[in-house]
Design a binder for this molecule. Structure first.
Ligand SMILES: C[S@@+](CC[C@H](N)C(=O)[O-])C[C@H]1O[C@@H](n2cnc3c(N)ncnc32)[C@H](O)[C@@H]1O
Length: 234
């Protein structure tokens, strides 16, 4: 598709906005139905579109934090159900450290009826087995990876969980944008340029032609933490 000058200008402004927004911790300013969600609003809208399009009966998420993304996914499944889709669709979250106050708030939330949580590392073989057990018998599974953002960890998560993604559904890998940002922005973190979710995605795709990057999503969002991270199972 040919891109005109206005769109190029918009892309440049989006990139500039994005870089500045990292320094202001923009992604920490939002909540969903009362729980803090560490996402950009654009990606939330993209997730809503995917959850409506795929109509999953299970969403698997690594990285729970305060629970905002779990509540978000559960509320989208609730809306799908109201509109006649799968009535017992559910969300499974995995986090190495579910803080007591977060667990309490998530469990007290009306959307908790669609949520279950497992505490442990997402790459621990025992945890992977528990997730696979939950996935067994499900028809349409959507996967979101948003935990530890190092290359090795995300690659291990992709090996473990991407195969659970149903054909036509998505495995969404968050924070691939780390590869595109100045390296000094993450000096206090174990990830960096060359060692992040995007490098893991690129490595994984070399041997997994059953996935392709759905560039149409990042091209329309312009502002996203997941460029090359919306992986469609074909
Ligand atoms: C970016 S936050 C998740 C944000 C959440 N998805 C949201 O949108 O609000 C990352 C989370 O990953 C968790 N985490 C870090 N290492 C992990 C691991 N090895 N296995 C599972 N979770 C991990 C952290 O405890 C933290 O809660």
């Amino acid at each position: 598709m040919k891109i005109n000058e206005s769109e190029i200008s918009l892309q440049q402004q989006a990139q500039s906005f994005f870089e500045t927004s990292i320094t202001t911790k923009y992604s920490y300013k939002f909540s969903w139905l009362g729980r803090p969600i560490i996402q950009y609003p654009q990606d939330m809208v993209a997730m809503q579109e995917l959850i409506w399009k795929v109509q999953p009966d299970l969403i698997i998420e690594t990285g729970i934090a305060h629970g905002g993304s779990l509540i978000f996914s559960a509320s989208m499944l609730e809306l799908n159900a109201i509109c006649g889709a799968c009535q017992d669709a559910e969300v499974l979250g995995v986090d190495i450290d579910i803080r007591a106050h977060n667990r309490e708030a998530i469990e007290a939330h009306p959307m908790f009826k669609r949520i279950s949580m497992i505490q442990g590392s997402s790459v621990d073989p025992e945890i992977i087995e528990q997730v696979k057990a939950k996935a067994s018998g499900k028809q349409k599974i959507l996967v979101c990876l948003d935990s530890n953002h190092t290359h090795d960890h995300v690659l291990a998560e992709l090996e473990a969980y991407a195969p659970l993604t149903s054909v036509g559904s998505y495995c969404v890998v968050f924070d691939t944008v780390i590869e595109d940002l100045p390296d000094n922005m993450f000096s206090d973190r174990p990830w960096s340029k060359g060692n992040n979710p995007k490098t893991a995605v690129w490595e994984y795709l070399k041997t997994h032609p059953e996935f392709e990057i759905d560039k149409s999503i990042q091209d329309k969002l312009l502002i996203t933490v997941a460029p090359d991270g919306y992986l469609k199972r074909v």
